[in-house]
Design a binder for this molecule. Structure first.
Ligand SMILES: NC(=O)C1=CN([C@@H]2O[C@H](COP(=O)(O)OP(=O)(O)OC[C@H]3O[C@@H](n4cnc5c(N)ncnc54)[C@H](OP(=O)(O)O)[C@@H]3O)[C@@H](O)[C@H]2O)C=CC1
Ligand SMILES: O=C(O)C1=N[C@H](C(=O)O)C[C@H](O)C1
Length: 271
């Protein structure tokens, strides 16, 4: 594909929002056409470049997301679950690609994407990096090769501003491990141990979350057996990684049929 795609970014003042602005500017095939923040945010009405502390770039931050999507071929959305559901309806109305990086969505919220996906091309993943998506495949394979004599534990570490746990990535890895084991994650998931929990249940998949400082995102999948442990690890040290993945998804989605996709589809690693 050689055409340029117009991109609208929601939550543009956020950590990922600002990283996306930089990456769109550096990418030869993407052009920023819209920047959205919530009503009342002090960036609304300002030139985005100036709001970010640099020279003007001619894109005015708006709280009218539907309008900001009108001239776009894709909207990239790393915000919050309720906001993402609203943006999904607007992306469907505009018939464009909706790249969703937002994590912390409940099963019910995810199910609500089904209707907008009849008209929008939705690409959603708890982690947009190549490394993590490869790690899900490795996790599934190792989990399939080992029986429940190996306890599976997923340990994730993030910065102190993160609001959801377990992380979207940890849940992707948990799903992959459960799939490898031939079980449903909901039936074996064990998170938030505290107090007299009793001994670990055989077959459970455990989750632990560390929050501190400026950690970008680190994930371990541990298979703990008798006398040995296997640990699969991914460390993200730069958010640009996620932003580049999101741009790749936005471009991949051009000309696709409406529906729900993930990064394995984008990366050509799906079944
Ligand atoms: N899939 C992936 O690869 C990755 C996913 N993420 C996920 O992306 C999300 C955002 O992360 P991060 O950038 O660190 O978080 P931030 O809190 O820095 O940014 C979120 C932004 O969304 C804005 N926002 C929230 N609600 C609305 C709304 N209704 N309308 C418009 N804007 C809104 C926030 O505004 P305000 O400040 O006013 O609330 C803020 O600017 C999280 O769910 C995170 O887990 C992060 C990195 C990678
Ligand atoms: O909130 C973050 O920062 C991140 N969120 C994603 C997640 O929940 O897994 C991806 C990445 O780890 C950073």
């Amino acid at each position: 594909m050689t055409q340029t795609a117009g991109i609208t970014i929601t939550g543009v003042s956020g950590r990922m929002g600002q990283m996306l602005v930089q990456q769109v500017a550096e990418h030869a095939q993407t052009l920023l056409v819209g920047a959205v923040e919530r009503s009342g945010h002090d960036w609304v009405g300002q030139d985005l470049g100036v709001a970010m502390g640099g020279p003007a770039n001619g894109v005015i931050v708006t709280d009218d997301a539907a309008q900001a999507m009108r001239d776009a071929q894709a909207v990239i959305d790393f915000t919050a679950p309720a906001a993402t559901l609203g943006f999904a309806a607007m992306a469907a109305e505009a018939g464009i690609v909706h790249v969703i990086g937002t994590t912390g969505m409940t099963e019910q919220e995810i199910a609500q994407l089904k209707t907008p996906a009849e008209r929008a091309i939705i690409v959603r993943a708890g982690n947009m990096s190549l490394g993590v998506n490869l790690l899900t495949l490795l996790t599934r394979k190792v989990a399939a090769a080992l029986d429940a004599d190996f306890d599976i534990e997923i340990i994730e570490s993030h910065h102190n501003r993160k609001v959801d746990a377990p992380s979207g990535t940890a849940l992707m890895l948990g799903e992959a491990a459960a799939e490898g084991r031939g079980v449903t994650l909901a039936e074996v998931s064990d998170s938030g141990r505290d107090g007299m929990t009793g001994a670990r249940k055989r077959g459970d998949i455990g989750f632990s979350a560390i929050r501190g400082g400026d950690i970008v995102g680190e994930h371990d999948v541990m298979f703990a057996g008798a006398g040995e442990r296997i640990i699969l690890r991914h460390i993200a040290s730069d958010r640009a990684l996620f932003a580049r993945g999101a741009l790749r998804a936005a471009l991949w989605g051009q000309g696709r049929s409406p529906g729900e996709y993930d990064m394995l589809d984008v990366l050509g690693l799906g079944d």
